[in-house]
Design a protein around this ligand. Structure first.
Ligand SMILES: NC(=O)c1ccc[n+]([C@@H]2O[C@H](COP(=O)([O-])OP(=O)(O)OC[C@H]3O[C@@H](n4cnc5c(N)ncnc54)[C@H](O)[C@@H]3O)[C@@H](O)[C@H]2O)c1
Length: 273
């Protein structure tokens, strides 16, 4: 059995992950830590019978909880600031992390990678754990090779509660396209377009435009638009429910338990793409 610690179990995505984890035959949820609902009953919160009667603990007591429950894996879909603190504590204790939180800082990746090696605790970090999105990543690299001369724009839409923009997924798509074009993402990314100070329109040549919409309860849409003369191709992924992310997280939890290399894995590697 995989002993699992859930960080931020009261969150929208984490509630679903908790639900799947509690009914999974290979997973034993041993602890849950958050900043809200402390002392609350995890099973009651998500409407599932919890064999372990896990209570939600204060994340400030994370070190104590780890010492008492000895988790193998921690799953974290919270906020970047919290992840950068809590997952460092986990990896320092040899716990393998599955991190879905987006907008993590560059500095965190560097530090975390060193800790993964030092503590021999591999991790999965992925801005999007949905199978379809990871296939979209693969298709983007193939299509970009053939359409390098066309204009390429990335459009993403999410619910109005999302705190980061552009989405981690749109950033990853931009990075994949840039790598395929042999360019530096920072040099060619253009975040939104507006009319310049001289009121002329802003052209798209030699740039990847990345555009964000925040509206209603849209779970997550990503479109890559390739446009040439007189024709265009659109690659689109739409999430209908958060189950695609929660299922992906469960796959990652099982994958990382037996992963051999002390490194940070992507969802593409989890799925063997
Ligand atoms: N990788 C993916 O596939 C994927 C899919 C969906 C969402 N996300 C990302 O996951 C994150 C969470 O998204 P959401 O929509 O579920 O958010 P949410 O706001 O519904 O949930 C965030 C959770 O984090 C908890 N939290 C905040 N600070 C904490 C702390 N210090 N310690 C422990 N818990 C803390 C909150 O109490 C809450 O339970 C975002 O970064 C989002 O972009 C990733």
């Amino acid at each position: 059995m995989i002993k699992l610690l859930i960080l931020g179990p009261t969150g929208t995505t984490s509630k679903l992950i908790s639900k799947l984890a509690l009914i999974d035959q290979e997973i034993d949820v041993v602890a849950a830590c958050d900043i809200t609902n402390i002392g609350g009953d995890l099973g009651f919160l998500i409407g599932v019978k919890d064999p372990n009667n896990i209570k939600i603990n204060d994340v400030d007591d994370l070190r104590d909880i780890i010492n008492k429950t000895h988790p193998d894996v921690a799953v974290d879909f919270t906020v970047a600031q919290a992840t950068e603190k809590n997952c460092v504590i986990c990896v320092e204790n040899g716990i393998r992390c599955v991190i879905g939180t987006t907008a993590l800082s560059e500095g965190f990746f560097t530090t975390f990678e060193e800790l993964v090696k030092k503590n021999k605790a591999p991790a999965v970090i992925s801005p999007n754990m949905a199978t379809g999105v990871n296939i979209l990543f693969k298709m983007a690299s193939i299509l970009t090779k053939y359409l390098a001369e066309w204009d390429i724009e990335v459009l993403e839409a999410h619910h109005n509660r999302k705190i980061d923009a552009p989405s981690g997924t749109a950033m990853k798509i931009g990075q994949i396209i840039s790598e395929t074009l042999g360019s530096n993402f920072e040099d060619i990314a253009k975040f939104g377009r507006s009319r310049g100070p001289n009121k002329r329109s802003v052209g798209a040549k030699n740039e990847i435009g990345i555009h964000s919409i925040r509206a209603g309860d849209i779970i997550g849409d990503h479109t890559i638009l390739y446009a040439g003369l007189g024709e265009r191709i659109e690659l689109r992924h739409q999430a209908h429910s958060r189950e695609c992310f929660a299922n992906g997280a469960l796959k990652a939890i099982k994958f990382i338990t037996t992963a051999k290399e002390n490194k940070i894995y992507s969802t593409s590697e989890v799925l063997g793409l």
